[in-house]
Design a protein around this ligand. Structure first.
Ligand code: GPW
Length: 832
């Protein structure tokens, strides 16, 4: 089999014109009809929520019509499709997005206005669909937007979590977690597909049988059967032509019970320790970049991978019957990190045990079907599952994994004869005290392509993480730099800037982001600078109002809005930002005339509930904020805001108002970053390290239009191998020492002097693993340069314009084009 037979990629297939013709009056009627007939209420009684539901229902009529046409077209053309397997899809809100992608936003706005409803205000009724933690989940959401926009046959597969990422509240400065219930009052976008239910097996044992010819056959007798119920979310491409689906599986207990196991004895007791079926899709694990190592998490991974594979196979068989020879021509499966990697042995099981293909034929199909994206080098995020746990939950899969490894080890031995060190390193099984299955190694061995998510990251995947794999399989490891959808992250979230850009250079940028470069010609034009900065000012005013509403804090829209929004992690170094804030505070106290442009530091971040130091950093930001904001000696020049419950819909309000984008991870640690792209696209200037996609952003905007500081990847490695000692920096920089010591006094936490001592400890005795102290001085210098640059209004405006102008590369349309041409080999399919 080969997946290259359809290698020709016909252009980009992007939609070019509006397909839905609906005027204001049609729209009004559709909303009212749904208010009456779907919601059973009327204009006089309807509250905001009812209007939102009726409007969503009106949109959904259009969405379903295009969904049906798309599915019919794909079916009739028997197209090769990509299946994007991801444990997370961080969709955010869908109504405004769907309106924008159908190019009906303005129509809807005018229609609703005549009904006495403010659309923008009404959109706030929609809860975020927060089925993801951060960058990885949001990337999946941007990718399916681009896939639909460019009319590629694609389906997203994931989990229908009952509770998405927790809602964050801040009480007395500390994070507390509240359950997220995004479906409490019904979700208008999802449609249940009971006709496509799947059942999957768990637990039990494997029986070895021999047929008359002495051939071995393995039979898995499961201990329990779980039902997967699919919910489809339509994904509307820009232009409204192709509507793909995101299919999310909900677990349900099944009627069916396997009595073989009951007879095996001891069953009821053993069963009690097993995960209950309904629990599987209950909640998203909130640990970003750290594996939970929990049985339930492994079951979640298997559950959605196995349901999705069965779904794909059912669809394939409908056309091709038992002829497996074309499977890999029709199906490509992208593994979003290793979370769905258990799909590899699952497909082998189906092909070998069920379809009775030979191992070699099955393995050929398998390794032509899967491709794997790596999103991190952090050791704590590289998934490993105890052999014992896999053996309990998926006994047959464990056997298959061992067989894959056995054959792979022979391959390794052929390449490096007798080299046990390399074998131990590459083995899918880690021979530690507690034996582990390395999901990364399994994914590399079982895939035809492996990619990192930014140039530097992919280079490090090759040189640090998988160097021997790179030798063994030349060309398999590659790069696809991440991207973001400009529909959500510019057109929808920043309507004034979008309108200004379109007025200046036309609207082609929405589907061809490189067009933004046409703005470069106006970067020094005073009139355009004024228009551009006026939009920024209006967006800052709107955010200032939001800040007041959410926190009571009053900020000056003329101040620099300096924003750091991302999950809370030591490697992302929110505490480096905080130390610099403390340094500014101290300078202002020591010298009331200290010359700086007023600046508001704004944070948004959730910490994993079990990540104690991350929670301490949130607490530290909040207590420092409280002190500074209420200190009349400094609060004209300095304010600190922590906005609670950072999420997609809040990001959409913050990003358009940012002057400065903080991207300050330790070099080598942030695989790519995508918030960096969103902020720069909206005209924020980055202060950042040479890490992840920052490097490529710097290449695009040029060194004059970004503030780069800190150690490079090579310098980080040199510093660490030279025996890094944070005390050297602590004792040699008076300001640094003073700010760190300040945190450990009772100045910020009256009556509780050591409330923040774990933070100080991690930076000193703890060895400062993320080199905060090493980068502090250079960070301060970059901040100084930034402050000076801001005072030159024209210079800053030019920088901001050029940032927007040079972001073309970072559209997710380009990422998807890279995947399609270099990995997936898909043809686009125009839906009429
Ligand atoms: F650890 N990323 C994330 F690699 O948001 F799996 N969550 C995760 O669990 C992981 C990665 C994982 C992020 C990266 O940190 C970020 O740099 C990258 O831009 C994003 O994935 C999308 O590739």
């Amino acid at each position: 089999t080969s997946n290259t037979s359809k290698a020709k990629t016909k252009g980009q297939g992007a939609a070019t014109s509006v397909s839905i013709q609906l005027d204001k009056d049609d729209f009004k009627q559709a909303v009212i009809r749904n208010l009456h007939r779907t919601l059973g209420t009327d204009e006089n009684k309807a509250n905001k929520h009812a209007w939102w539901k009726a409007t969503s229902a009106a949109m959904q009529e259009l969405v379903f019509e295009r969904l049906r046409t798309t599915q019919k077209t794909h079916y009739l053309n028997d197209t090769r499709a990509v299946h994007y397997f991801s444990a997370e899809f961080l969709m955010g809100r869908l109504l405004s997005n769907n309106m924008h992608n159908f190019e009906l936003f303005d129509t809807a706005k005018r229609a609703l206005k005549e009904l006495g409803v403010d659309l923008v205000d009404m959109l706030e009724e929609e809860p975020d669909m927060a089925l993801g933690n951060g960058g990885l989940g949001r990337l999946a959401a941007c990718f399916i937007d681009s896939l639909a926009t460019m009319e590629f046959p694609a389906i997203g597969y994931g989990i229908h979590y009952e509770h998405g990422l927790f809602r964050q509240e801040i009480r007395n400065g500390a994070q507390i977690e509240r359950p997220d219930s995004w479906r409490d009052y019904g979700n208008p976008w999802e449609i249940c597909r009971p006709e496509s239910i799947q059942q999957i097996s768990l637990y039990g044992y494997v029986e070895t049988k021999y047929d008359e010819d002495g051939k071995i056959h393995k039979e898995w007798h499961p201990g329990s059967i779980v039902t997967g119920v699919p919910w489809d979310i339509p994904i509307v491409g820009y232009g409204g032509k192709t509507v793909n689906v995101l299919r999310l599986w909900q677990s349900q207990s099944s009627e069916y019970f396997n009595w073989d196991v009951f007879n095996a004895g001891g069953y009821v007791d053993a069963q009690r320790e097993n995960v209950e079926s309904e629990t599987i899709s209950k909640v998203l694990y909130p640990n970003d970049e750290t594996e939970a190592g929990k049985e339930l998490r492994l079951i979640q991974q298997y559950f959605f991978s196995a349901c999705s594979l069965k779904d794909i196979i059912r669809r394939y068989k409908r056309v091709h019957g038992d002829d497996w020879s074309r499977f890999a021509e029709q199906v490509v499966i992208q593994l979003n990190d290793t979370h769905p990697a258990i799909a590899i042995p699952e497909l082998m099981r189906i092909l070998v045990d069920r379809a009775e293909l030979s191992w070699n034929v099955a393995w050929e199909i398998c390794t032509q079907t899967f491709a794997y994206t790596n999103h991190t080098l952090l050791p704590e995020a590289l998934e490993k599952w105890p052999v014992r746990m896999i053996g309990k939950i998926l006994p047959r899969h464990l056997e298959i994994i061992y067989e894959i490894n056995h054959r792979f080890m022979a391959e390794v031995d052929a390449k490096w004869p007798g080299n046990n060190e390399i074998k131990a390193k590459l083995s899918i099984i880690e021979e530690s005290n507690e034996k582990m299955v390395r999901m990364g190694n399994l994914s590399v061995v079982g895939s035809f392509a492996v990619n990192g998510v930014a140039e530097i990251h992919s280079a490090l995947v090759k040189s640090q993480l998988f160097p021997e794999f790179n030798e063994l399989y030349p060309g398999k490891l590659t790069n696809v730099t991440n991207g973001i959808t400009p529909r959500r992250w510019l057109k929808a979230c920043n309507p004034s800037l979008s309108a200004l850009i379109t007025k200046k250079i036309g609207g082609d940028w929405i589907l061809n982001l490189d067009k933004l470069d046409d703005l470069s010609a106006f970067a020094s034009n005073k009139t355009f600078q004024n228009q551009f900065m006026k939009v920024k000012q209006q967006n800052k005013l709107a955010l200032a109002e939001e800040i007041k509403k959410l926190t009571g804090i009053i900020v000056d829209p003329k101040a620099i809005f300096d924003i750091q929004i991302k999950r809370l992690h030591e490697y992302k170094r929110q505490h480096l930002n905080l130390l610099h804030i403390l340094a500014l505070y101290r300078r202002l106290l020591q010298d009331p005339d200290y010359d700086m442009h007023p600046r508001v530091f704004i944070f948004g971040a959730k910490a994993a509930p079990g990540y104690a130091l991350a929670k301490t950093i949130i607490y530290a930001i909040n207590v420092v904020a409280d002190k500074i904001n209420n200190d009349s000696r400094v609060n004209e020049k300095l304010k600190v805001v922590f906005l609670p419950n950072y999420r997609v819909s809040l990001a959409e309000k913050m990003i358009p108002a940012a002057d400065v984008s903080q991207q300050i991870s330790t070099a080598g640690k942030e695989a790519s970053g995508t918030g960096n792209m969103k902020l720069a696209l909206n005209g924020a200037i980055t202060i950042g390290t040479l890490d992840g996609a920052n490097i490529e952003i710097a290449e695009e905007v040029g060194e004059d239009n970004i503030f780069i500081f800190g150690l490079t990847v090579d310098e980080v490695n040199e510093t660490l191998s030279a025996g890094y000692n944070p005390y050297d920096y602590y004792y040699s920089n008076e300001e640094l020492k003073a700010t760190i010591d300040w945190l450990d006094s009772d100045y910020f936490t009256p009556g509780n002097p050591h409330a923040l001592s774990s933070l100080k400890h991690s930076l000193l005795e703890g060895g400062d693993p993320y080199l905060v102290l090493a980068d502090f001085e250079d960070y301060c210098k970059a901040n100084l340069a930034l402050d000076l640059a801001y005072r030159d209004k024209s210079k800053w405006a030019k920088m901001a314009i050029l940032n927007t102008a040079k972001m073309g590369k970072f559209t997710s349309d380009r990422s998807i084009k890279d995947y399609v041409e270099r990995i997936w080999k898909l043809d686009s399919c125009q839906v009429k």
